[in-house]
Write a protein that binds this ligand. Structure first.
Ligand code: KG4
Ligand code: ZN
Length: 336
């Protein structure tokens, strides 16, 4: 079964053709990063214009690269929540139109559930139930995952998402957007114990996250307590930036790892699935792998191309929804 996936929830325009939920025949990702860099974050209006410009070409390329005909496709899938409303609507409207013209089912997918599904594309043997952690620029959410399509939220951020904290701290350190990958790299040259940044646990039993405190602590450390009146960005030496980055990263990673492990104990599960852009972080991968191994827990995360926003994860998840005949009507809405 061939499913065309479409993903436009934030700043990546993506289309993919996936066979039987796991065989990725094509996965085209047109990143808008360059358009947003000078603004230090995603500008919704620019994102929407870029999606509109690119979407048809990206779909054409996905069909061509997969070496299939558009009429061979059995269903159209699209992320309709969560995300930037205007951006979601471009993907959803395109998917509805294709479904209507080609007279094939429309399947809508939750973008976060698709990030969890991304691991399944490369690890068919995942044992459920699992604790799933989605860590991206817009979300930091823990789920109890019962199957490919069934997820119960058990915790989430009360302020910044983990990726957002990386990006904002990067801005303070003078790095360009998105700063996550650069902080990851720079940290390898720094000392993660150089500065003891706060770890916010929000109470003993809490599975929620808060990253605004550590972000502010980095700001104060760099600009002084009253950062609003600091006239200039301090000139930091390379080794100071490396120590700040490594210490900040360590604080975020510690909380993510501790809460995920705590959730496995609380719900007595032996599998962890990690997805989203921040799941590419090398320190997070290493520390979570070590913690899971010590407790005999299996850890699954996808390769980097499937961590970022991509349509293969949407089309893969949609295969399982197709089996359950979870189709959407053309009236289905986008939910930010
Ligand atoms: O999942 P994603 O591509 O888009 C959203 O749905 O948000 O995630 C993008 C986020 C950005 O905040 C970026 O800085 C972060 O993922 N990121 C990383 C790394 N690679 C990407 N954060 C930390 N370490 C990385 N290696
Ligand atoms: Zn995402």
């Amino acid at each position: 079964m061939l499913i065309l996936g479409i993903e436009t929830s934030c700043d990546e325009t993506s289309a993919a053709i996936v066979e039987d939920g796991v065989k990725v025949l094509s996965n085209i990702v047109a990143s808008q990063q360059k358009l947003h860099t000078r603004f230090g974050g995603v500008v919704p209006e620019i994102a929407c214009r870029a999606h509109t410009d690119k979407i048809i070409t990206v779909i054409d390329n996905a069909v061509m690269e997969a070496n299939v005909e558009i009429n061979d496709i059995n269903a159209i899938s699209v992320a309709n929540t969560p995300g930037l409303i205007g951006a979601l609507l471009i993907g959803l409207t395109t998917a509805k139109t294709l479904s209507w013209i080609l007279k094939i089912p429309l399947i809508t997918a939750n973008h976060l559930h698709a990030h969890i599904y991304a691991s399944k594309i490369e690890h068919e043997d995942i044992n459920y139930p699992a604790v799933s952690m989605v860590v991206s620029g817009g979300h930091t959410t823990l789920f109890l995952t019962h199957s490919e399509t069934k997820h119960t939220p058990i915790g989430g951020t009360i302020d910044d998402a983990a990726g957002e904290a990386f990006d904002k701290v990067g801005k303070i350190l003078g790095l360009s957007y998105p700063a996550g990958p650069e902080i990851d790299n720079i940290s390898k040259k720094g000392n993660e114990r150089a500065i003891s940044f706060p770890r916010s646990y929000l109470g003993k039993d809490s599975l929620d996250f808060s990253f605004s405190g550590v972000k502010t602590a980095v700001l104060y450390r760099c600009l002084g307590q009253d950062s609003r009146i600091a006239k200039e960005r301090p000139i930091l030496k390379d080794h100071e930036i490396a120590d700040l980055a490594a210490s900040f990263q360590e604080a975020v990673v510690d909380v993510l790892v501790d809460k995920t492990i705590y959730a496995t104990t609380k719900f007595s599960v032996k599998s962890i699935i990690m997805g989203g852009g921040v799941a590419s972080n090398s320190r997070l991968r290493q520390k979570l792998a070590d913690a899971a191994k010590q407790r005999d827990i299996s850890l699954y995360y996808p390769s980097k191309i499937l961590c970022i926003d991509n349509a293969a994860m949407i089309a893969g998840l949609a295969y399982h929804k197709y089996q359950k005949e979870e189709f959407s009507r053309l009236e289905v809405e986008a939910i930010p």
